[in-house]
Design a protein around this ligand. Sequence first.
Ligand code: EPU
Length: 342
Amino acid sequence: MRAMHIQQNYSLKALNSFGVSVSADLFTALRSSDDVDALISWRKANLSTPCLLIGGGSNMLFVHDFKGLAVVVCLKGQELIAEDDDAFYIKAAGGENWHDFVRWTIDEGYAGLENLSLIPGTVGAAPMQNIGAYGVELGDRLQSLDAIDLSTGERRTFNNEECQFAYRDSFFKRQQPDRWLIESVTFRLPKNPKWITAYAGVEAALDGQEPNARLISDAVIALRQSKLPDPKVIGNAGSFFKNPIMPIEQWKALRAKFPDLPGYPQNDNKDLIKTSAGWLIDQCAWKAFRDGDAGIYEKHALVLVNHGEASGKALWDLAERIIKSVKEKFDLTLEAEPRVID
Ligand code: EPU
């Protein structure tokens, strides 16, 4: 078997969307199944060396250099593998860019992923935090995925239920980090799609036109571009905090004090309600705040930004100040949505 190509003291600045200057002691890129096999062998021989899996690097904040092997997943390929009366089944490799894959499905005439347009990251990283936007979550469209347990080298297929999807959460996120390498994902895309346009401005952006996958995708792209910074221009990881979900009673008590508190009932559990972390942070006057190059985006309070040379530590210190102030004002503890690598 081919030996793994490992580079030393490798800069991860271009591989994390915050653009934080950090390095990894060791680095390799997976481009083929031979590279994957080589990694499995290396892992068995080096179990005590920490291993970090990077997809698009758009959902991680590095607070320090990484003392171990950083692995960037570059596996490519996407194809129709089956169809039945109701759906097309499309398989995509873990290293495909998520948005390019979504646009490819639309170009090929498959619908169902349009609401998830322009989300940064890769296909293989998407199931980790069950990416979601504009009324659709990845878990609504995933048929199965193929993953490798890097602690044993075992290959396993997970069906949708086994992925245990929840709001920005999955089986994989709850496991020991970097244990599972997601090689490919198979999507079930309906032949008679039900357009989801009721959410947050999509309907208005369609401006009376009859919906189709491309129009919804274009509307979602325009909405995201109007609210969220482009990581190529300003370092960021999208929403930095999860929207808090709480029992209705707790939400009502809080709303008695703050009558404008947003509330979004949860379809899967009528006893729970989600509020908006963006609103809570906005109320604490953090929007557009800046301390050196670490800041909060001027158009959206949920987005932590690196205006240039902020360190991961400076960004995390600011996030912790925000968590503390929201706790003091609302007695709610915000959780970071991206992975914080300490
Ligand atoms: N709001 C404010 N001030 C702000 C921002 C938001 O008051 O600065 C309030 C407003 O009331 C607004 C509400 O928050 O109506 C919701 O804002 P928005 O529609 O922008 O959605 P979000 O809850 O902030 C979530 C996802 C986004 C996703 C959008 C659209 C999370 C953590 N974030 O944001 O996902 O694009 O909905 O579906 O669930 C991401 O995960 O990186 C991400 C961008």
